[in-house]
Write a protein that binds this ligand. Structure first.
Ligand SMILES: C[S@@+](CC[C@H](N)C(=O)[O-])C[C@H]1O[C@@H](n2cnc3c(N)ncnc32)[C@H](O)[C@@H]1O
Ligand SMILES: [Zn+2]
Ligand SMILES: [Zn+2]
Length: 393
């Protein structure tokens, strides 16, 4: 499916049956076709699903290419060599050792982006090392790690406090007890922070992200190394099971998914992945899941509205403007073309919970407030609503 493109390169999500895609270090590669004047032309080829620049991952293979056994083995060897030095389980053990060190011995190498244990100090002697890493810093890894800002691959733009708190307020106001955080490390850590302060029914969060550095600060139940373009769990079946278990819905556990993908990401690939996560949630065997939609907040620029609605017709775009700490343009309070174009798309219906989140000053919010004041209660499907009303928890 060339997605109606006139010319350019099209992603073919349903590749040839029975021919599994070759793997690069980021999991199964994508199959692409060249399109000219609406027609496919030339040879199809495989390339990396996660990196849009060859310098980040140079994988390339023609679809019809005969690959020798030796080259296959070399590719597998290369893929293994690109995996992180420490496994997630090792990082968890290292963290346990780290937190019991006296403050004066807690060091973090800013060059290697790694927590250091005392026997490792000498190997990092020429590096920029941060000392006296406090427990508060360990609880906010998104502030300790330098954001991977490479636009074409990670695009790690971190929520400003205002937007992160707003998302948490929405989650709390709706009574969700679990959040599947897809590419939202800062929201994940805020939820964990809040949970550590709350005695009753703390919200649990699972972070799915390609940034493996987070495995230094999260247990294997809190973080999965994941590629959101091809729904690939780097930790294999065990990591897939962690996610599946997390999605297991019981009576009192209500789940929401919050995703903030790199904006250069292909919408069709992201939609395909999100549908697979929804399918995992539906498979949990809960009768509710089979008949309902998984509540989702998908954070993305407003100009992708029609593309997103193509895949998720029940989504609406909220008027809320999401802003980021480390993006010069995407800041709150700017006007005209300098405003953040980033919005929240959701399948949740307008809900009185939105009124409680005071920072949500938009048309729907104002209408809801007015309706509440008039004693009319809440109606759904107001304002810019384009599709059917989604799930109301
Ligand atoms: C726009 S940032 C969103 C961060 C979010 N605003 C926050 O503050 O928590 C994109 C996030 O997606 C992650 N990411 C980038 N490419 C990815 C991929 N292929 N699979 C999974 N995560 C990816 C980045 O590491 C980053 O955390
Ligand atoms: Zn790759
Ligand atoms: Zn170092």
């Amino acid at each position: 499916m060339a997605g109606g493109r006139r010319s350019g390169v099209a992603l073919l999500l349903d590749g040839p049956p029975g021919a599994p895609a070759p793997h690069c270090p980021h999991g199964p590669a994508f199959l692409f076709a060249k399109i000219r004047q609406g027609k496919e032309e030339g040879r199809r080829f495989y390339a990396c699903s996660a990196c849009r620049e060859r310098k980040d991952c140079g994988f390339f293979q023609w679809e019809d290419e005969k690959v020798s056994e030796a080259r296959l083995l070399a590719q597998e060897k290369y893929n293994r060599s690109q995996q992180p030095f420490f496994s997630h389980a090792q990082n968890v053990e290292r963290y346990k050792e780290f937190v019991i060190l006296p403050l004066s011995e807690r060091k973090f190498c800013q060059e290697c982006q790694q927590l250091l244990l005392p026997p490792e100090w000498s190997r990092h002697s020429g590096h920029q090392v941060l000392s006296k890493v406090s427990s508060a810093q360990l609880r906010r890894p998104s502030q300790l790690l330098s954001p991977l800002e490479n636009k074409k691959t990670n695009a790690q733009y971190l929520f400003a406090d205002r937007s992160c708190q707003f998302l948490l307020d929405l989650i709390v106001a709706h009574g969700f007890t679990r959040a599947l955080c897809v590419g939202t490390p800062r929201l994940h850590e805020l939820i964990k922070l809040q949970a550590s302060q709350e005695q009753e029914n703390p919200i649990r969060s699972l972070l799915l992200d390609i940034d493996f550095r987070y495995s230094q600060f999260c247990t294997e139940e809190e973080f999965c190394h994941y590629n959101m373009f091809n729904h690939y769990f780097f930790g294999g079946e065990a990591a897939h099971d962690v996610c599946q278990k997390f999605l297991q819905q019981h009576k009192n556990k209500r789940i929401v998914m919050v995703a903030d993908p790199p904006f250069g990401g292909l919408v069709e690939a992201l939609a395909f992945t999100f549908k697979q996560l929804v399918a995992m949630w539906k498979q949990t065997g809960c009768a509710d899941a089979a008949s309902k939609e998984l509540p989702i907040f998908w954070i993305f620029p407003y100009f992708f509205e029609s593309r997103i609605l193509e895949f998720f017709p029940s989504f609406r775009m909220l008027d809320y403007q999401v802003d980021y700490d480390n993006h010069a343009l995407y800041k709150h309070g700017k006007t005209g073309r300098k405003q953040s174009p980033v919005c929240i798309f959701t399948n949740l219906s307008p809900h009185k919970a939105w009124v409680k989140t005071g920072s949500f000053i938009d048309q729907q919010y104002l209408r809801l407030k007015q309706e509440l004041n008039n004693g009319k209660g809440i109606t759904s499907g107001t304002g810019r609503d384009k599709g059917s009303s989604g799930p109301t928890p």
